[in-house]
Design a binder for this molecule. Structure first.
Ligand code: PEP
Length: 267
């Protein structure tokens, strides 16, 4: 097994992350990766990440060119090993992935993951030298009751509670309003002004808690119905360092168009 070097955020500033969710067989994943590898050129300052389903991680880890792309897991268990049937630990993911998506809204709302579980998963990632992509975001009803600020702050406080100050540069935050994620009933894309407001809440909270320097450095991604037509607008929101993409990351042409946009806008 190839052991990966660390991939902490100080090196990269823009991230394009594709979350494949529960799509593609191992064979389909491999064919799709082959397509991406043929068409993607490495660019300094831009990190492209794909998060295939867990069964595809091992074969894809042998096929991937890490100069072009890195792998992420979509989930993990916070314990290192033990009697947890059906689960995969961060320790087991070491050597396969550089990133793990933690606290995705589907994990929070479909699989009832609690803030406590998410806090433990973030800590397990740090302990194992894997960068957590901590997802936070309010639901439609929280938004309509004016609770967005409290929800985002609570999710940040609890998600980062076990991360030491020195390790904060090993965390990526993804703001994903649940009401904007495709697949959620009644979902609709967010307008950039809404996102900008949440970015302000997140950056201000980080600044008040950890200081301006840490707050400015922490990569903050946006996710929710991103496609090639709206990606440019989202990428130009001040304080947004990249995108977490679900549906559009399953279509090579769309994912590559978004990557090209990110190069033009961010590099
Ligand atoms: C996601 O899965 O994180 C996501 C944002 O999905 P979509 O782009 O399909 O809304």
């Amino acid at each position: 097994m190839v052991l990966l070097g660390l991939c902490y955020n100080t090196i990269m500033r823009t991230y394009i992350v594709g979350n494949w969710k529960m799509n593609f067989t191992i064979g389909e994943s491999s064919i799709y990766l082959h397509k991406l590898l043929k068409r993607i050129k490495p660019a300094r300052g831009l990190q492209i990440v794909i998060a295939p389903s867990s069964i595809a991680l091992q074969p894809l880890s042998l096929q991937i060119d890490r100069k072009k792309l890195k792998l992420a897991a979509q989930n993990c268990n916070a314990k290192d090993y033990g009697a947890y049937t059906g689960e995969t630990s961060v320790t087991q993911l070491r050597g396969l992935v550089n990133y793990i998506i933690v606290g995705h809204s589907e994990r929070r709302h479909v699989f009832n993951e609690t803030d406590n579980m998410i806090r433990e998963k973030v800590a397990a990632c740090i302990r194992n030298n894997i960068t957590p992509i901590l997802c936070i975001g309010e639901t439609e009803s929280q938004r309509s009751f004016g609770e967005t600020k409290d929800v985002l702050r609570d999710q940040l406080i609890s998600g980062l509670a076990d991360v030491s100050r020195e390790d904060l540069d090993k965390v990526i935050i993804a703001y994903e309003p649940v009401w904007a994620i495709s697949g959620v009933k009644g979902a609709h894309p967010a307008v950039p002004d809404d996102i900008a407001e949440s970015v302000k809440i997140i950056r201000e909270h980080l600044s008040d808690t950890y200081g301006k320097e840490i707050a400015e450095k922490m990569p903050l991604l946006y996710g929710g119905s991103v496609n090639p037509s709206n990606a440019g607008a989202y990428l130009t929101i001040p304080g947004i360092d990249g995108l977490l993409i679900g549906g559009a990351s399953l279509i090579a042409d769309q994912f590559i168009d978004i990557i090209e946009l990110a190069k033009k806008i961010k590099l």
